[in-house]
Ligand binder design. Structure first.
Ligand code: HEC
Ligand code: HEC
Ligand code: HEC
Ligand code: HEC
Ligand code: HEC
Length: 203
């Protein structure tokens, strides 16, 4: 649609130029342009380049309107729900490090070397593994670089994943349940006597 609109705009533009040449200003413009072939070439190239850039922008802006899907449709409902795998089976570094860690393909292949290979989404996974290409999972929760979060500090005092992330094992698609913005962090820190100095989360 957007491309079509750009093309229509392009033709309308030329129609206007052509019409303009019929009036005096048009004649003058035509005389100036026609004085040298070089100018015509330059004018043409400028318009052509403008059109290409316009179409490029139109395509990229229509693409960015929808977020790309995850590279493989992964279900927490099945793995964490039905199979009842614990969260840290996959998000291994949550109890010990700042980041929870999204599992490597190697960890998925622990089971999928043998299980479910006939399923299309699992086949994608196996293919990426064999090609040694990591899956680029889209991040859902991400703080700005100026703020620092530490999973381990929270797991150590037995705050469960669901307090901040909700019942992920029941979510078809991981969706944030709370803002996890500064006010939200501070609200809990105050009520639990956790540190609130700026340097706790900013350095
Ligand atoms: C502990 C074993 C285990 C691990 C680890 C595991 N899975 Fe699975 N997964 C399964 C089982 C069992 C099935 C069901 C297969 C079937 O019914 O054919 C499954 C099914 C799937 C499916 C297909 C669902 C469908 O309905 O088409 C996908 C996709 C998938 N897993 C992705 C992953 C990814 C990605 C990882 C790594 C982050 C992973 N799995 C780790 C056991 C596991
Ligand atoms: C079999 C492996 C596996 C298990 C078990 C698992 N996860 Fe995940 N988790 C993943 C994968 C793969 C992703 C990235 C794809 C996605 O977002 O669905 C992910 C993404 C997430 C995210 C979003 C990360 C982000 O970008 O912000 C959260 C939060 C999360 N998991 C929490 C949990 C919780 C809580 C549990 C336990 C109830 C759990 N997970 C169990 C594999 C797993
Ligand atoms: C006190 C709140 C809180 C708790 C509890 C918590 N998380 Fe998070 N989680 C966050 C925040 C905030 C981010 C974003 C961090 C960032 O961008 O630096 C995040 C990011 C993530 C991510 C994606 C980035 C990463 O660190 O790998 C995963 C996966 C995740 N959490 C899983 C879990 C799991 C599994 C648990 C339980 C073991 C858990 N979280 C417990 C707040 C929490
Ligand atoms: C549900 C309550 C809760 C929420 C929400 C929460 N925290 Fe915490 N946080 C705590 C508690 C309790 C501690 C203290 C742990 C301890 O005593 O070792 C803590 C400790 C920390 C620490 C380590 C402090 C230190 O010096 O050891 C950091 C960093 C931190 N939180 C950052 C954050 C950020 C950033 C957010 C928001 C994205 C957040 N927290 C949200 C409860 C929470
Ligand atoms: C418990 C953790 C925590 C503490 C303590 C904390 N902040 Fe923040 N702060 C955050 C988080 C998380 C964000 C990013 C999310 C948002 O914009 O709210 C943030 C964002 C900000 C921003 C916005 C800049 C940006 O990166 O978008 C400013 C300014 C700021 N904090 C100042 C402060 C000051 C000053 C203090 C001390 C009085 C303080 N913060 C204490 C967690 C904290």
């Amino acid at each position: 649609m957007v491309v079509l609109k750009t093309l229509v705009a392009f033709f309308v533009f030329w129609a206007v130029i052509f019409f303009g040449m019929l009036v005096d200003f048009g004649k003058w413009l035509a005389r100036v342009i026609l004085r040298s072939r070089l100018r015509i070439t330059i004018a043409f190239l400028l318009v052509a380049a403008g059109t290409v850039v316009g179409i490029g922008n139109a395509i990229s802006s229509s693409a960015s309107q929808q977020l790309p899907p995850q590279p493989v449709v992964f279900q927490h409902t099945f793995h964490a729900g039905q199979l009842n795998l614990t969260c840290v089976f996959c998000h291994r570094t949550a109890p010990t490090q700042a980041v929870a860690g999204v599992p490597s393909l190697e960890q998925c292949m622990f089971c999928h070397r043998a299980i479910g290979r006939e399923r299309p989404e699992v086949a994608k996974l196996v293919k990426a593994y064999q090609a040694e290409e990591p899956l680029n999972w889209l991040r859902i929760n991400r703080l700005p670089d100026t703020a620092h979060f530490e999973h381990a500090a929270h797991i150590r005092v037995n705050i469960s994943c669901s307090v901040c992330h909700g019942e992920v094992q029941q979510m078809e698609k991981v969706t944030p349940i709370r803002s996890l913005k500064m006010g939200d962090c501070l609200g809990c820190h105050r009520s639990r006597g956790a540190p609130t100095g700026c340097s706790t989360c900013h350095y």
